[in-house]
Design a protein around this ligand. Sequence first.
Ligand code: SAH
Ligand code: SF4
Ligand code: F3S
Length: 434
Amino acid sequence: MKKLYIETYGCQMNVADTEVVFALLAPHGYERTEDMTEADVIMANTCSVRDNAEQRIHGRIEQFNLQKRSRPGVLVGILGCMAERMKEELLESGKVDIVAGPDAYRSLPVLLQNAAPGMPQINVQLSREETYAEIVPVRLDKNGVSAFISIMRGCNNVCSYCVVPYTRGAERSRDYHSIVREACDCSEKGYKEITLLGQNVDSYNYQDCNFAGLLKLVAESCPGLRVRFSTSNPQDISDEVLQVMASHANICHHIHLPVQSGSDRILEKMRRRYTREWYLERVAAIRRYMPDCAISTDVIAGFCSETEDDHKDTLSLFEEVGFDAAYMFYYSERPGTLAARKYPDDVPQDVKNRRLEEIIAVQNRLSLESNRRDIGKRFEVLVEGPSKRNPDELCGRTGGNKMCVWPDTEHRAGDFVEVEVLDCTQATLLCKLV
Ligand code: SAH
Ligand code: SF4
Ligand code: F3S
């Protein structure tokens, strides 16, 4: 047996892909290790979405090469989005032996077999069909509670800032039979929660089954599982999906709905195909169907040509929606994207930083307000394990994805418990068992 070590960066999709890579390599004698210093093969599954994500990987490649120097024969591989974006360029330093893009993982056994010092191997072919549908992933979740299921790959949108369509290729949906089979398999193996993954889940379409149909099918096939999904695109999220969510008790009332900007002018330049008004209407629709539904978002500060007024539109949109949580970034120009080709990256870094800080300050307050509104309420929580701070406390999430902690020595990871919220911080609901 050889030992394989993989570090995973980027989105949940990459976590799911790493699980597929372990599954593809297991029959070829590669066993997973979590200790890089004993690995025969050291890999990073990488992200290109922002420049600092890539810089981190360059640092890791240096670290991996220290292993190679002390243990000749060790192979270093780069998988994922950065492999796809940089291609041969990654081989030029002589520090990488294998480069495999997101659709090329089936070729990894051959690439590994052929790789040798001075003989690097590369496959960055993108595919229109590959979904790894029948591969049973080697799950990485330590608690055995929560599993990711990829329902589609790639992206057909061309948001002007975004590198994903270039690194992941065209959108394709996975056969729903294999999705349901994977969900049921998770359930049989004791998992309690699954998250259906896609860059734009609302455009799922396989043989006339749309996302609403898939969600219903999965929720009804596995009534014991909590079902989550990500990411919803404001342009495509349909009332039909909201109806399915509202009418199935095991679908979590949480929607991740990235807005990116609150300014129509910037949204248009970003090539997001909705307006502020449309976004707010979708939020209102979500709350019509599910008054208790949590809404989170992504936002980019300082996109090309963004003015102070555009930025204020983003702040006011945050206030208007009152997001429960947000992932907040400053704009990072990505080579090859439409924005990089067409628009100067003209908001100075200090202005980007300041605008981002302002958005974070607003969101911190909104998160606290959202948590305060939950004081006195009861929630069903899925236990993830002991809390980080106190071994006599457990932690777990509500359907709305809020982290709860409570004193408890009876239950274990995977149990569903009911808690009452007594107090909160900005990040956590402090609860008691009921
Ligand atoms: N498919 C998802 C987003 C995937 S990328 C969607 O359409 O919403 C995750 C997040 O990274 C994006 O929502 C965006 O907020 C951020 N992002 C993408 N490209 C970026 C860039 N060039 N600079 C800064 N943030 C970026
Ligand atoms: Fe990127 Fe837009 Fe596709 Fe999301 S929908 S992955 S932001 S191109
Ligand atoms: Fe990053 Fe690729 Fe995901 S660029 S965010 S790992 S799709």
